[in-house]
Each structure stands twice: as structure tokens, then as C-alpha cells.
Design a protein around this ligand. Structure first.
Ligand code: SF4
Ligand code: SF4
Length: 434
């Protein structure tokens, strides 16, 4: 696992800016976004190396170029040259090189292909440096410079046009009618009034329609007044991953404004990690005020329904292990909720060696799963999870994020691993007592 992975520098470009304009756009973004917290973080590194031991890309490849703090090198240099207390001196003495177009192109792989913004490095850093958040800041500069992996840029353009990376809003009623017919469950669409606005991740309108149908089954079972709505249905916010903050704000607003329009008090998020990060934890920032309604993840919803007795489930009676999605657990705080749901399902939980807040990322977060050229890296990272799952000897393998599921399913297929990655939501729906 420690052999250095040979990869050639990979980068894509968008737009017609020349090199000078790209560097200028990136520098202006770096400088504009270095606030007090970021400055403190950039000043604090004591080079202890602990973050390298925490990052799945560095661990799986053994390649020092994937050391987390190195990913912030361009941001740090911009800070030292333009913002820091000794900036004029640093510039005059050439103590920090200004980022060049070659640097920006080279760092595209480090910021997008080999970082899932999982925050495991942040957790172990003795100085409390939030590397994951600063990678996100750096991605914004890359987006401004038109230097985003093309797969993600394509999704960005689609989401700007459709409000979703995969589905035009006007197609939603037909898709829901198909899912409804296939799974035999009513899925309301575009109701003028409802208490809960239910949202989806792209996979639930494609490969994972059972998850959407199972959410509908549970909502109908408890008699909720709910709907999906073509004005705001895709919670997987690609702006959050790409560093396209304007799109992130627009997609966030579309969910909240649609919910308010139909009188909903709750926005229910799908089993999707970055949907939770974007819509639950960053939404108020983009909404410019305290959120006027509740935004909850599917795992919280299931946990509350089970605790209140609104739903009951038949025990599974098998052992299971659980993959903690980073944005839901480490970054989102829902470590206990998933375990309460598993307990209610009567499974014997055998924890992974690294689990809960310290769990390893699946390797596909932060848009990496959609970035085709990162596939060889994902494959290396998958082996960490596979080894840990196999070591538990558990009969079932469960998670609560559809994107993690896709990443793990892809990894399993390539590695000829026969363990199925199951959805916590689908397990609850399958065991529901009428
Ligand atoms: S763990 Fe923190 S202090 Fe140590 S090298 Fe990484 S960023 Fe620097
Ligand atoms: S956020 Fe995760 S993927 Fe990114 S550098 Fe840190 S540990 Fe590695």
C-alpha cells in the first residue's frame, strides 16, 4: 500500500481567459477570502506531519505530494505575499513565490482529484487547522480561474441551466411517475401546499430509485403531507464541491424558497453527504439570515420516527458494520443517530477499526466520485475500506450516503469484492411493520 502511485499532472481549463488573467483571478479570490480565521490557520502549522497520516490519499499511495497541508501551498503563498503582516518584505526578498499558471494547473489535481474535503486531517491537526475548509476556499480560486476538472465543470454548467446536475426540473413529474409505478408507491409532485419538502440526490432519480421510493413509503406510512417540487428538488449542491459559490447560493435558495412557497416547515434531505454540508450547515450563510425552517438529513428523520414510535421495524438479526459518511458524521455531527437506527433494526454492530468521527472517507466525496480521471486514486483508497470491512467479519455493510454507496459499489466492482453496500434508509423501509 505504500508504493508511490505514478500519475501524470492532469488539468482542464474552462473559458477564454489567458494565463495572466487566470493567475490574476485566482490571486484576487485567494486574497479576498483570507479572513482572520484563515490567516490564523495559515500561520499556525508546526509541520508535525500528523495530517499526512490521516489522509486516505496520502496513506493509500504513500506519496508525499498528497500531504494535506501541501494542498494549501498556493493559498499560503498568496497570504504571505499579499495579506500577511510581513507581505512587503516577503515580496521584496522573494521569500514566497507568487503562484504561477503552472502551479495552478499542477494544484488542480491536489485540490480536486486527491481531496474529498473529508476533514480527517482537520480532526487530527494539533493546531486546529481546518484544511478541508481551506481546500474549499482554494477551489473557489480555481473556479474563478477556470481551472476545474472538466467533469465537474460540465455538471456545474448543467446545474446552472437545470437547477440539477442530471435532471431538468420539467422532467421531474414524469420521472417520479415512473419511480412510483415501478415501486408501487405514491410520490406527490408539485403540491401547492405541504408540510415537508422532500429532496433527492441525482442517483435517486437514476440508479438508486429504490431509496427514493423507500423514503416515499415511510412518509406515506406516517401520513405526512409532503411533496417533491420541480422548482427545488436536487439537494446535491455541485457549487459546494466545485468552489462555485454563486451557484451554491442559488441552489441553496431554490430549496428554501420552494419550501417557503408551499408552506413547508421542513426540508428533508436525501441520503447524501455533501447535500447535508451544503443545505444544513452552510445554508444560512448563503441565505443571508437564520434559516426560516428546519433542514434535516434522512438519518435524523428516521431516528426521530423510530424514537417517537411513529414507525416500528422488524429486527434483522444479523451483524453489520457501518461506513460513516464524512459530511454527515465528522463534519455533520450525526454519529449517534445512525447507530440508534441500527440498534432499532436489531443488528449486531461491529465497528470498523476507524469509525465514527475518525472513520476513513470512501474516497469519492467532494466531487471526486464524479471526476473520472481520479478513478485510479479512488481505487487505491477503496482498499483501506475494504480491508477494514473484511476485518470485522460482519454480514452486512451499511451506509447513509448515496454518493459513498456509489463510490464503494464502483470500488467493489473493480476489485471483484462481493460485499454489497446497503442503504440505511432502505433497510428501515424493508423492515417496516405495517
Ligand atoms: S497536522 Fe496541522 S500542524 Fe501538523 S503538519 Fe498538518 S496542518 Fe501542520
Ligand atoms: S480533507 Fe480529507 S482528503 Fe482532503 S487533505 Fe484532508 S484528509 Fe485528505
Amino acid at each position: 500500500m505504500n508504493a508511490v502511485l505514478a500519475t501524470k499532472a492532469a488539468f482542464d481549463r474552462q473559458g477564454d481567459q489567458n494565463d495572466e488573467q487566470r493567475v490574476d483571478a485566482a490571486m484576487r479570490s485567494f486574497v479576498a477570502e483570507i479572513g482572520v480565521t484563515a490567516a490564523l490557520h495559515l500561520e499556525s502549522c508546526v509541520r508535525c506531519g500528523l495530517c499526512a497520516k490521516a489522509c486516505h490519499f496520502a496513506v493509500a499511495t504513500g506519496d508525499p505530494k498528497y500531504t494535506p497541508i501541501r494542498k494549501l501551498d498556493l493559498l499560503r503563498r498568496a497570504y504571505q505575499r499579499e495579506v500577511g503582516p510581513f507581505a512587503p518584505l516577503v515580496r521584496a526578498l522573494g521569500l514566497a513565490k507568487a503562484p504561477s499558471i503552472d502551479d495552478l494547473q499542477q494544484w488542480q489535481e491536489l485540490l480536486y482529484d486527491s481531496c474529498t474535503m473529508c476533514g480527517r486531517c482537520t480532526l487530527v491537526c494539533p493546531m486546529g487547522i481546518d484544511i478541508a475548509d481551506l481546500v474549499k476556499t482554494s477551489r473557489h480560486a480555481m473556479f474563478k480561474a477556470g481551472l476545474v476538472p472538466e467533469r465537474l465543470a460540465l455538471m456545474d454548467r448543467t446545474a446552472r441551466q437545470w437547477g440539477s446536475t442530471a435532471t431538468p426540473g420539467e422532467d421531474l413529474p414524469d420521472i417520479l411517475a415512473e419511480v412510483s409505478a415501478e415501486h408501487g408507491v405514491a410520490i406527490p409532485c408539485d403540491l401547492a401546499q405541504a408540510d415537508i419538502l422532500v429532496t433527492a440526490a441525482p442517483a435517486e432519480l437514476g440508479d438508486h430509485t429504490k431509496a427514493l421510493a423507500d423514503a416515499a413509503k415511510i412518509l406515506n406510512h406516517i401520513g405526512a403531507k409532503w411533496t417533491m417540487h420541480q422548482a427545488g428538488f436536487d439537494a446535491a449542491n455541485i457549487g459546494f464541491n466545485n468552489g462555485d459559490l454563486e451557484l451554491q447560493a442559488r441552489l441553496t435558495r431554490s430549496l428554501i424558497d420552494t419550501a417557503l412557497k408551499i408552506g413547508a416547515k421542513t426540508v428533508l434531505l436525501p441520503e447524501c453527504g455533501h447535500a447535508y454540508g451544503a443545505a444544513r450547515w452552510e445554508a444560512a450563510q448563503w441565505y443571508d439570515q437564520a434559516l426560516p425552517l428546519r433542514i434535516i438529513h434522512m438519518t435524523e428523520f428516521l431516528d426521530e420516527l423510530l424514537a417517537s414510535g411513529q414507525i416500528r421495524v422488524k429486527p434483522i438479526g444479523q451483524s453489520a458494520t457501518f461506513h460513516d459518511p464524512c459530511q454527515i458524521v465528522r463534519r455533520g455531527g450525526l454519529e449517534a443517530a445512525a447507530r440508534r437506527v441500527l440498534r432499532a433494526l436489531g443488528v449486531e454492530l461491529i465497528e470498523l477499526e476507524a469509525h465514527g468521527n475518525t472513520g476513513y472517507c470512501c474516497g469519492g466525496g467532494g466531487g471526486v466520485v464524479s471526476n473520472q480521471r481520479a478513478a485510479p486514486l479512488r481505487r487505491r483508497v477503496f482498499e483501506i475500506k475494504r480491508e477494514q470491512v473484511d476485518a470485522t467479519g460482519a454480514q452486512r455493510f451499511v451506509t447513509s450516503c448515496g454518493q459513498c454507496r456509489i463510490t464503494l459499489e464502483q470500488g467493489a466492482k473493480l476489485a471483484h469484492w462481493d460485499k454489497q453496500t446497503e442503504s440505511l434508509l432502505e433497510l428501515v423501509a424493508d423492515q417496516l411493520i405495517d
